[in-house]
Ligand binder design. Structure first.
Ligand code: SF4
Length: 269
């Protein structure tokens, strides 16, 4: 399969991951018509760096093959979609090519689970390691971590990535068992805790190696197995947010000291 075909499949498969904070604006496509620019399609998303800058990222999966069968995911094992797989070297080549053409400032990389969680995580880490150590890449890297992976691999990912993310997926253990029975809340929280510990080590020991300076992010699906009527439907979400992030320092996308104050007359427009 040609690289461009793989890119088309694996960029499209990555567009459902929202933990890089993309816009929800309606789509406008100029494909096959007169027009300039487009908000349609996939492949490039935007994220915020720790100092508040908005950067463009090449957003792809390493592969959309997956051993798991999460019911909410287009890449689940039972899904009838075209499949592809990049090698780590191919992702590195694409990232550097797009970067040199000034199309992106970094990479958002996730993956379906192939062979095992550890093997998949190793492949993701290899991409970041090649970029940083062989190509001296200084751009932004966001890696999605695989929850069941060895904590040592997640810790290694934090040394190369600017941001790590772990999907909470669903607000309760029961909903996780219904829709993603191969996943366990305990291993998701373990992965989040490993990242949190790495961040705290850097805060408490200034000489510690760099670790995911832009922190960690997550996403959660709430609709399918929880009642939608407020306020009771908020309880599982609030509980999960409190139990998962209660001990963490949460931050806004644009730090307040950096955001400029608007003129008073603009408030009244
Ligand atoms: S493990 Fe990830 S890629 Fe695989 S089916 Fe579940 S959500 Fe989709």
């Amino acid at each position: 399969m040609q690289l461009i075909e793989k890119l088309s499949i694996l960029a499209d498969a990555a567009k459902y991951d929202a933990s890089c904070a993309s816009s929800g604006a309606p789509k406008r496509s100029s494909e096959g018509k007169a027009g300039l620019g487009s908000t349609d399609g996939m492949g490039i998303c935007h994220s915020y760096t720790p100092d508040g800058r908005c950067v463009s990222l090449l957003k792809v999966l390493l592969t959309n093959f997956c051993l798991y069968d999460c019911q909410y995911c287009v890449n689940r094992r039972s899904s009838d979609v075209p499949r592809a797989r990049f090698s780590p070297e191919e992702v590195v080549t694409l990232t550097l090519d797009f970067y040199r053409r000034n199309c992106v400032s970094g990479l958002f990389l996730s993956s379906g689970i192939i062979r095992s969680s550890d093997y998949t995580m190793e492949q993701l880490v290899r991409v970041a390691k090649l970029l940083r150590e062989e190509h001296d890449f200084r751009g932004y890297i966001h890696l999605k971590t695989i929850p069941d992976a060895d904590p040592a691999l997640i810790a290694e990912a934090g040394r190369y990535a600017d941001r790590l993310s772990v999907n909470i997926e669903l607000p309760t253990e029961a909903s996780l068992q219904t829709l993603a029975p191969e996943k366990q809340i305990v291993s998701i929280k373990q992965a989040m805790h490993t990242i949190y510990t790495g961040e705290q080590t850097v805060l408490n020991e200034p000489r510690a190696p760099r670790f995911a300076p832009a922190g960690q992010s997550t996403q959660m699906i709430v609709a399918p197995t929880t009642p939608t009527t407020a306020p009771s439907s908020m309880a599982p979400r609030r509980y999960t947010a409190t139990s998962s992030y209660g001990a963490c320092i949460t931050r806004r996308s644009v730090p307040f000291p950096i955001a400029r104050k608007a003129c008073p007359w603009r408030h009244r427009r």
